[in-house]
Design a protein around this ligand. Structure first.
Ligand code: PEP
Ligand code: MN
Length: 338
């Protein structure tokens, strides 16, 4: 951390900064310039010390972090890439993992048809929302416990592990008792009570990026999960809000290499919620694999025109099957398997 003093700051003001630094266990390197004094604060935990404790002191011009504020999710903390095991499916290894299924579990017939179809096309994990975080309270909220029971039935029949969203800390035990992997949605990325409750389960978790959050905030949210003692988080880029309105969200493709550089956690991409339209999904999915994503989570519906939620962005079974074939060429070109 670097503390820049104001021009003309007094010796006492500098000494107060030094004293504060020492009181929180930091070492100090003083650089007394002719006009300005710069105080370098050194220590292994500077990323976790709030800058404000120095910024409020008289005579301080600015405080700049050098260390990243997140810790457990960082590559500095764990240099080797993490591989997360979800019911025998390894996410973060050489194989690109595709999770696919409907946005929402709607009925037994719909889910079973989707599950059989995505399995046949080569998906490794079944997705389906039982608890839906809807923007409007008047929209379909999901089948809830009945949806979870249907997901368990689909797993039993197809052998595919299932990932489903949990929106409320009070439902974490229930959802975890049915799901192989929990999903924390974009709208809940900074719901710290939910992150802590999910972290305690020590189960694989897909942590979606909040659509108005920086990568640093996202990795701090991952730290909430990891702070509960597991190492099972998977980061999912799903698009952020920008001024662009021709798509639902702008997929931040650069987030993939940035995360790979700064974090050991696996990274997957949700092209469906970013694109917002089925016709755009294949191009975005292929771009994500080319950019280094470890997997994809894609909405697929047996009959998108009849879908209760997100039909416009859901791939039909035939479009999904075609995409899976195209993805294997892209994966091979970047040294990955499908
Ligand atoms: C979803 O996966 O269905 C979903 C609601 O996604 P997000 O949280 O990214 O909007
Ligand atoms: Mn959806």
């Amino acid at each position: 951390m670097i503390v820049e003093m104001r021009t003309g700051a007094s010796r006492k003001e500098v000494d107060d900064v030094v004293e504060k630094a020492k009181s929180v266990g930091l070492n100090v390197q003083l650089n007394l310039g002719t006009d300005k004094t710069v105080v370098a604060l050194l220590g292994s935990n500077t990323g976790q010390i709030p800058t404000d404790i120095f910024a409020v002191l008289p005579g301080v011009e600015s405080v700049t972090r050098i260390m990243k504020p997140y810790k457990l999710a960082s590559r500095e903390f764990r240099p080797r890439s993490t591989v997360v095991d979800c019911g025998g499916v390894r996410i973060g290894g050489n194989k690109i993992i595709v999770m696919a299924g409907p946005c929402a579990v709607e009925s037994e017939a719909q889910l079973m048809e989707a599950a059989r179809a995505v399995k046949k096309a080569g998906a490794s994990i079944l997705r389906g929302g039982a608890f839906k975080p809807r923007t409007s309270p008047f929209s379909f909220q999901g089948l809830q416990q009945q949806g979870l029971e249907l997901l368990a039935r689909a797993r039993q029949e197809t052998g595919l592990p299932v990932v489903t969203e949990v929106v409320n800390p009070a439902d974490v035990d229930l959802v975890a008792s049915f799901a192989d992997m929990l999903q924390i949605g974009s709208r809940n990325m900074q719901n710290y009570a939910l992150l802590t409750a999910v972290g305690k389960m020590h189960k694989p978790v897909v942590l979606k990026r909040g659509f108005a959050n920086t990568i640093t905030e996202w990795l701090l949210a991952a730290d909430y999960l990891l702070a509960e003692g597991g190492n099972h988080a998977i980061l999912c880029e799903r698009g952020i809000r920008t001024f662009e309105d021709s798509i639902r969200f702008s997929l931040d493709i650069t987030a993939i290499p940035v995360l790979k550089k700064n974090s050991h956690l696996p990274v997957i991409v949700d092209p469906s919620h970013a694109a917002g339209h089925w016709s755009l999904v294949p191009a975005v999915a292929k771009a994500a694999v080319a950019a280094g994503a470890d997997g994809l989570i894609i909405e697929v519906h047996p009959n998108p025109k009849e879908a209760l939620v997100d039909g416009l962005q859901s791939l039909s079974v035939s479009d999904f099957s075609r995409l899976m074939k195209e993805l294997s060429t892209v994966a091979a070109s970047v040294g990955r398997t499908m």
